[in-house]
Design a protein around this ligand. Structure first.
Ligand SMILES: Cc1cc2nc3c(=O)[nH]c(=O)nc-3n(C[C@H](O)[C@H](O)[C@H](O)COP(=O)(O)OP(=O)(O)OC[C@H]3O[C@@H](n4cnc5c(N)ncnc54)[C@H](O)[C@@H]3O)c2cc1C
Length: 578
């Protein structure tokens, strides 16, 4: 089984087939909240299973082709074609239309006549009213303000609908896995509603977790697209509009967009994900320093990370280690700098984190733990990277993977409760009625702790999106909480962690180690129940761990047997589920 498929399987990420739009309003169905997973493969609809099965074959073929090419991955070609275009496009679009249109719109506040007219129509009251209130303002702004009229996003290939006032029954902000899952669920639930998907990036909606496979050449950029058919969203009557939200007014139910337009909503889902944070290090703005978060970043990295080039990776957390695998596969000379005392510190304990470090060193990488990059400076054509352990090195490329933060800054003043993310209840609704949040930007129920957490992983995003959409459509779907889980391939060494792998107060842990073979398992119990697990060098039956944790299975006598030998996990699973 290919590694891409393997990781997707364990995490429960199928290429979920979208629901077909129903010709009329969907009949009432009982909505059950997601059931605990008892096997590795998540419950999927029949077409989804079919599609998920087809996709790996493509990946396997792509992998073969990529292996032939080695030093010239497909990503490089794509990168050469596209270079800096999207960034310029975005920046230009932002500069051009925004300020003038915004100012003028602000001046023209209430337009009673238009409001009255809107009130007459009112088939979809909330959205229509709010939209009508917004529309004349922005339209007027476009007419009367010369600057707004002439504003042109220079360099943009696509003609943006600048200054447009949009409105829909449902508006989804953010076209990642959470946003896309939500749109499709809404269409399934409500065949007639108007749906707008606001996308802050120029590409079709895509999956960030596929970016490393673009860098290794296993897939090309379109392989990252969440839905592969060109007309997918159009066919579902989902209006994808490429603009970011600058500001949200929850009282008027309207948003200001980066293209100078506005968007009014009946119900709103915020699925804006997260963005990488920059640590306070001098020189992070130098050319040749990049994050690895977007397709645009991937293109930049592909340009610099070629056979023999020197790359410094700042941060060896979950995302850092995923990137590490991809960058190393391009034949680079890689130096990893991690501030904590081991690799993947939020996912692995001392034993496992240091085994991963040793593995990477044996693969020829230089790894500094308990070390921070203190300064970057230009050194001829290279970047000089200074570390707080007194050492320094030269790099052609520096990749910064030092953590992420939820994208919520545009919510300032919106009255939506924020903590580490947008705080939502078990229906994924925020503190403002009618406004929901999903994915990396949402702080939702945590399956293990019963508290609230941001679990920035794709399975959580997709499930959040689905549950939020059901509730937006008027159902009552409760979210049981996300399970903290990560499966990682670090240069060929597989590691995984689930739930409360560090153990819980009053609980017990058991471990088994074969350091020479890079094999390690640690199980954490609360009473007779498995509440967390951590594995290294294990690819078989990892899904069982997830299943046992999520089903809260009382293991009875098998708890003691597992305490003696954690490797007997499959036997324990069979004994307790058959
Ligand atoms: C390199 C990499 C590898 C990864 N690998 C894995 C993995 O193996 N397994 C896993 O589970 N997870 C992985 N992840 C994490 C996973 O990609 C995220 O958890 C997932 O993308 C979250 O989905 P989302 O829809 O919440 O947010 P995102 O996918 O981030 O989508 C949010 C969207 O909102 C847009 N947006 C932001 N602000 C605005 C705004 N103001 N207006 C309009 N739009 C806006 C963004 O441009 C973006 O398109 C990886 C991430 C990266 C970067």
């Amino acid at each position: 089984m290919g590694m891409f498929k393997f990781i997707k399987k364990i995490l429960g990420i199928g290429e979920t087939e979208p629901p077909k739009p129903t010709p009329a309003a969907a009949p009432e169905k009982t909505i059950s909240t997601p059931q605990p997973v008892t096997a590795a493969v998540p419950k999927q609809t029949a077409p989804a299973v079919k599609k998920a099965a087809a996709a790996p074959q493509k990946v396997a073929a792509a992998k073969k082709a990529a292996a032939k090419k080695t030093a010239k991955p497909a990503a490089k070609k794509a990168a050469a074609k596209k270079t800096a275009k999207p960034a310029a496009k975005k920046a230009a679009a932002k500069k051009a239309a925004k300020p003038a249109a915004k100012k003028a719109a602000a001046k023209k506040a209430a337009k009673p006549v238009a409001k009255k007219a809107a009130a007459k129509k009112s088939a979809k009251p909330a959205a229509k009213k709010a939209a009508a209130a917004a529309k004349p303002r922005v339209a007027a702004a476009a007419k009367k303000t010369p600057a707004a009229k002439t504003a042109k996003p220079a360099g943009a290939a696509r003609k943006p609908a600048k200054g447009k006032s949009l409105k829909a029954d449902y508006v989804i902000v953010g076209a990642g896995p959470a946003g896309v899952a939500a749109c499709e669920t809404l269409r399934e639930q409500d065949a007639k509603a108007s749906i707008i998907l606001l996308s802050g990036e120029t590409e079709p909606p895509y999956s960030r977790m596929a970016i490393p496979y673009v860098l290794t050449g296993m897939i090309e950029e379109p392989g990252t697209y969440l839905r592969k058919q060109d007309d997918h969203y159009k066919a579902m009557s989902i209006n994808v509009h490429h603009a970011s939200v600058d500001k949200l007014d929850t009282a008027k139910k309207i948003m200001q967009l980066s293209d100078g337009g506005s968007c009014a909503y009946g119900k709103l889902l915020i699925a804006t994900g997260a963005s990488p944070v920059k640590p306070p290090v001098k020189g992070l703005d130098l050319p040749g320093v990049h994050h690895c978060w977007t397709l645009e970043d991937a293109r930049a990295i592909a340009q610099h990370a070629s056979q023999g080039s020197r790359v410094v990776l700042m941060g060896a957390g979950f995302i850092g280690c995923i990137i590490l695998e991809a960058i190393a596969a391009r034949g680079t000379k890689l130096t990893v700098v991690e501030a904590e005392d081991r690799m993947v510190p939020r996912m692995m304990n001392d034993t496992a984190g240091n085994l991963i470090k040793k593995w990477c060193q044996e693969k020829g990488m230089t790894v500094h733990t308990s070390t921070r990059v203190s300064k970057l400076s230009k050194d001829g054509d290279a970047i000089k990277v200074e570390m707080d352990n007194g050492k320094s090195t030269q790099a052609d490329l520096v990749v910064v993977a030092t953590g992420v933060r939820a994208n919520t800054s545009f919510l300032k003043g919106s009255k939506i409760k924020l903590n580490e993310g947008i705080v939502v209840d078990d229906r994924l609704e925020s503190s403002v009625a009618g406004v929901y949040a999903a994915g990396d930007c949402a702080e939702g129920p945590d399956f293990s702790t019963g508290g609230w957490s941001v679990h920035a992983i794709q399975p959580t995003a997709t499930e959040h999106g689905r549950i939020a959409a059901l509730n937006m459509a008027g159902r009552d779907a409760r979210y049981k909480g996300s399970l903290n889980m990560n499966v990682l391939d670090t240069a060929g060494l597989i590691s995984s962690s689930f739930g409360e792998w560090q153990g819980v107060k009053g609980g017990q842990t058991a471990e088994t180690l074969d350091g020479d073979r890079y094999r390690y398992t640690q199980l954490a119990f609360d009473g007779d129940r498995l509440v967390g697990a951590l594995t290294l060098g294990r690819t078989e039956n990892i899904g069982i761990l997830r299943g046992l944790i999520q089903s809260r299975t009382d293991l009875g006598v098998w708890k003691d047997r597992l305490m003696e030998d954690p490797n007997r996990i499959t036997e324990a699973y069979i004994a307790n589920t058959h």
